[in-house]
Write a protein that binds this ligand. Structure first.
Ligand code: TPP
Ligand code: SF4
Ligand code: MG
Length: 288
């Protein structure tokens, strides 16, 4: 068993949306009774990425935009762990974009939470890939991560939450973690997490969020339906939240199972020479 670090008080600005994510992660993990030594949180670089310092957990601070590679690595090394990657919109959708798209294809059973505040909070409020046109001189339309997620035909869990609705967020994180722990694959949850210092969107988002489960035709088992429904919701000036993809199949489809099967993974495999001598000699004889 590893020893988890003791948490320190959050250094976030009072009112930052990331507090809601911290509380919801703690509550969801405790509701599911996940032992601390089985839980790993890989943080990105940014205000959001420091979340692992504020919770009693095995934490790892990844390189900027590379938290998914590191989180998938942790899962493949020891599939019995519950692995959460958490970072910002800059981290995930700018420098980390390549890894982000591949994560849906790879489908390792980890949870990725993006705290989207539509800005680079830590570096003092520049425009990010999700910023609205006009924010800090931005002239580009915002990137919609949920639409990209839904465009990939993979059995991932996809959802969006709002820090102004902590109850809804906790329920969704709980479902996502359950999905991971059943080995069913990748879970992506984008949380709308206002940066009260550089981009205070609380009031606007509270008025505009729309729970997609209330929209006629809602069917989270069907990507095509949900892509259209979310796109139309955005075109109407609303912000879709809720579960966007909940695959029908209950197959244990995670990458770790495809690569490792039911085995314990490299971390728990006996790699001593004396235990593997016969296999080693067979390998050598094949080379001569
Ligand atoms: C390789 C590299 N490039 C740039 C930076 C500077 N940097 C630190 S955090 C950050 C962006 C943070 O924005 P986001 O991921 O949205 O997190 P937030 O602070 O908004 O939670 C950048 C560009 C860095 N640390 N490393
Ligand atoms: S600068 Fe913004 S994102 Fe960073 S802690 Fe403060 S409110 Fe949160
Ligand atoms: Mg950000």
């Amino acid at each position: 068993m590893t020893q988890s670090a003791k948490p320190v008080p959050p250094i976030w600005c009072p009112g930052c949306g990331d507090f809601g994510v911290l509380a919801a992660v703690k509550k969801a993990a405790s509701n599911l009774k996940i032992p601390v030594h089985e839980l790993v949180l890989v943080g990105g670089i940014g205000c959001s990425g420091s979340i692992h310092n504020f919770i009693e957990i095995n934490g790892l601070h990844a390189l900027h935009g590379r938290l998914l590679a590191q989180a998938v690595g942790v899962k493949l090394a020891n599939p019995s762990l519950t692995v959460v990657a958490a970072g910002g919109d800059g981290d995930g959708y700018a420098i980390g974009m390549g890894h982000f798209m591949h994560a849906f294809k790879k489908n390792a059973s980890i949870l990725y939470i993006v705290m989207n505040n539509e800005t680079y909070g830590l570096t003092k409020g520049q425009a990010s890939p999700t910023s609205q046109i006009g924010f800090e001189g931005n002239v580009e339309p915002p990137f919609h991560a949920i639409l990209s997620a839904l465009s990939i035909p993979a059995p991932n869990f996809v959802a969006r939450t709002f820090s102004g609705d902590p109850k809804g967020m906790t329920a969704i994180l709980e479902e996502a973690l359950r999905f991971n722990r059943e080995g069913r694959g990748f879970a992506f949850v984008e949380d709308l997490s206002p940066c009260v210092t550089y981009n205070d969107t609380y009031k606007l988002w509270r008025e505009k969020v729309l729970d997609v489960s209330k929209v006629p035709g809602y069917d989270p088992t069907d990507n095509k339906t949900m892509f259209r429904l979310c796109l139309e919701t955005i075109e109407q000036g609303r912000i879709p939240i809720g579960v966007m993809h909940r695959p029908k199949e209950v197959a244990q489809d995670g990458l770790e199972r495809k690569l490792i099967g039911d085995g314990p993974g490299p971390v728990r495999t006996d790699i001593r020479l004396e235990s593997n001598l016969a296999a080693y000699q067979k390998l050598l004889s094949g080379l001569s």
